[in-house]
Design a protein around this ligand. Sequence first.
Ligand code: MET
Ligand SMILES: [Zn+2]
Ligand SMILES: [Zn+2]
Length: 401
Amino acid sequence: HQSVAAEQQQQQQDEEESDNPITRFRNYLRINTAHPNPDYSSAVSYLLSEANLLGLHSQILHFTPSKSKPLLLLSWPGSDPSLPSILLNSHLDSVPAEPSKWAHPPFSAAKSPDGRIFARGAQDDKCIGIQYLEAIRNLKSKNFWPIRTVHLSYVPDEEIGGFDGAAKFTASEEFRTLNVGFLLDEGQANPGEEFRVFYADRCPWNLVIRAQGMPGHGSRMYDNSAMENLMKSVEMITRFRDSQFDIVKAGKAANSEVVSVNPVYLKAGIPSPTGFVMNMQPSEAEAGFDVRLPPTADPDILRKKISEEWAPAVRNMTYEVIEKGPSRDYLGRPLMTLTNDSNPWWPVFNKAIAAVGGKLAKPEILPSTTDARYIRQLGIPALGFSPMTNTPILLHDHNEV
Ligand code: MET
Ligand SMILES: [Zn+2]
Ligand SMILES: [Zn+2]
């Protein structure tokens, strides 16, 4: 038995040391590209070295004067470069991780005996960034040569809105010359058997509401304190949240088809060296919400609700809505990609899934948001697709695997 165990251990060690798709994935995961200080240059160098081995063309683009946010553009020229090209997009960055809450350090890419690889960014979205390269490697080894040119973009800053990444890239002359006809970008995992595909994103708003009110002794009872004003609004927002969630619970709509409003921070109180002053009622209080609107929601109606009900001036409230990117195209239409045969890419995508024996779930709106919205804004069809079946949804969670 000892020799069998030793053999297995040796085999595992060999696997870990050799250059294979898993080791290449783990090497990418070990580069800490989490905000607020993503190491973009190491990620770009690593991907560039892999791309060079595959003989892909490469360019590093910068859309900020400091050049601290590189965008890596790789190209596999097709036999007919006059045709519209295919763009495979993924982002270099990831959200932060709280190491103390993880079973393994989030940038160790530790592999458990059952094959799970623990890393921030494993699902979101370094898996697809590596899969694109691995797919090209496989096709090249079979001497396949595409008719259309295939481009790969590795973009910075997706997790903070993409303003210095995909937004500027898609508005650039470099992008125009790529003549992109179709985009694949990230999607989400499925705990079930089917592959999920996404034809639209929800549009993210950051909502901050602020209350002002009478300060006073902690023991006093009076109307119009900042806390009272804020809490009334929080209650109203909670009722709206419940009403949307009820629609989902009743099976009338998917999670991603309603408006979500989730509180993400509360800020109030007068700080003291030991915490907060307890016998003073503060004159200011603030709350922040992550709001997501499906393409079917009317943004004007929600804005009216915010100004009249959630943060009314008559209750000494102010608010700020920061729209994180576009929700409509230049003709005012919602950003959606057609999933029927009028979109010539749709049957091709379906055929590719069937060819590997996969089953495709009904196309969905993505509950979260991706850089695909900037491409859809240009009228270019885009699908969100992160091929992970039988996999729990762990993006932005602890112990992402
Ligand atoms: C704020 S833009 C979107 C960032 C991220 N992909 C999310 O869905 O939260
Ligand atoms: Zn992502
Ligand atoms: Zn994300």
